[in-house]
Design a binder for this molecule. Structure first.
Ligand SMILES: *Cc1c(COP(=O)(O)O)cnc(C)c1O
Length: 429
């Protein structure tokens, strides 16, 4: 079956034909492509066309698709056990490894997704503080937990409205939303609601709605306000956590979050998430404490082994730092071409993440800085790349993921495709 036939079939049985909205080609105004294979930096469509892949499943594949070492380890455990729902050594190895590497966590628990990790972190913060409200930021994504599907409303400062239908009003009332980068707003909210706030949750590196690199002082100021009012600080490091380095953005900012959430890289390509915290906070989790959280497939042996093998390989080859250098060089080259051809674009990057955005006068630091028509502009570029054999998320606001498999040869090819596609997308017809 070709991609068009598959889409028709999929559309009949799945909303929009996709199992996650960010996979939809709807906004790209072109026929969707279905992929059936991945190896290293490449994915192959059902038609047999090979594409350089910068989506990499939105981050888990930091070593690329099916890294041989990870595949070897997975095959070994695959021949022993799939899922137990009982005590196992694999999860002990991965959790001990992480606790040893990350100085500010004493304990952690595995779940099956970033969303689940965030959901539990919020519950734990409410239980620990005995408070109900949570403060989040516009432009940060925390999965599809009800409390987090809330955006700032048009009314009073901090008053919010849901960004999805079906979210309970009571929950929306307890979620306060602040503009990213707006310290005055944060201070106002703390003055008014500080004593009711169970926690502040943020992506210390917002990378789900563009790549909105924040000023260090800003994150630190928010952190200090939370501490002053006795609210817990949750760093949602599902993207950034093990990608920017083992201690994540918390390590880079030299801050000690109360709870950290992980996902993506932690499972080496399999469904694993985790939440982690100090001993006294984690003691609230059942069966030690009264906060309930459980999972049939949690700490699945295959995910545990894939995660640990991935992390050990990252350490052995100093992958995070080398990917950062690689991404910096790559973005510099792209930006040189952009300048040379006077194209209305910019490549923003941090660590091994990059984001191609329309050129702006000021740096883009929050969704308020987004230029108009980003989707239409990006769609042209997306289609031009696709035609030339390069895939990325079909969405103007999603970042690109550099992997260990994107070597010099792949990047030289990618650079050519990107520059040609930018030129094509910038032509006015
Ligand atoms: C991806 C992501 C999530 C959601 O994780 P899922 O595994 O998709 O549920 C939450 N927070 C952040 C920061 C993420 O990047």
């Amino acid at each position: 079956m070709n991609s068009n036939q598959l889409f028709e079939k999929s559309y009949a049985v799945t909303p929009g034909g996709v199992h996650s909205p960010v996979r939809s080609f709807k906004m790209m105004e072109c026929d969707p492509v279905f992929f059936s294979e991945g190896k290293g930096a490449y994915i192959t469509s059902v038609e047999g066309k090979k594409y350089i892949d910068f989506c990499q499943s939105f981050g888990p594949n930091i070593l690329g698709h099916r890294d041989p070492d990870v595949q070897g380890a997975v095959c070994k455990v695959f021949n022993k056990v799939w899922t137990l729902g009982a005590l196992d050594p694999y999860s002990v190895e991965l959790s001990s490894w992480l606790v040893e590497k990350i100085p500010f966590i004493d304990k952690l628990r595995f779940v099956c997704s970033g969303t689940e990790a965030v959901m539990t972190a919020l519950r734990l913060a409410r239980a620990y503080t005995g408070r109900q409200k949570v403060l989040k930021f516009e432009g940060c994504y925390h999965g599809h937990v009800d409390n987090m599907l809330v955006k700032s409303g048009s009314g009073l400062a901090g008053m919010a409205e849901s960004s999805s239908l079906g979210v309970e009003e009571k929950i929306v009332e307890n979620t306060l939303v602040c503009g990213l980068g707006d310290l005055n707003h944060v201070e106002d909210i703390f003055k008014k609601h500080g004593d009711d706030l169970s926690c502040v949750i943020l992506e210390p590196l917002p990378a789900n709605y563009g790549l909105l690199v924040q000023e260090e002082e800003y994150i630190k100021a928010v952190y200090n306000l939370a501490k002053k009012y006795g609210a817990l600080v949750i760093f949602d490091e599902v993207i950034s956590g093990l990608r920017v380095g083992f201690t994540g953005m918390a390590g880079r900012l030299d801050l000690t979050p109360d709870i950290v959430t992980y996902g993506k890289v932690i499972g080496g390509g399999f469904p694993v998430g985790a939440y982690a915290a100090r001993k006294d906070i984690m003691a609230h989790m059942a069966p030690e404490g009264g906060v309930y959280q459980a999972g049939t497939l949690a700490a699945n042996p295959i995910g545990m082994v894939a995660g640990l093998t991935t992390l050990k390989k990252l350490e052995e080859h100093n992958v995070q730092q080398r990917l950062e250098e690689r991404t910096t060089r790559f973005a510099a080259t792209i930006n040189e071409h952009i300048a040379k051809h006077n194209l209305p674009w910019q490549m923003i990057h941090y660590s091994s993440l990059f984001w191609l955005a329309p050129k702006t006068e000021q740096p883009i630091k929050s969704p308020r800085d987004f230029p108009d028509n980003m989707t239409q502009t990006f769609a042209k570029y997306f289609r031009a790349c696709l035609k030339r054999g390069m895939y990325q998320a079909p969405n103007a606001y999603e970042v690109g993921f550099m992997s260990w498999a994107h070597d010099d040869n792949v990047l030289a090819a990618a650079q050519q495709i990107i520059v040609e596609s930018l030129k094509e997308a910038s032509e006015t017809h």
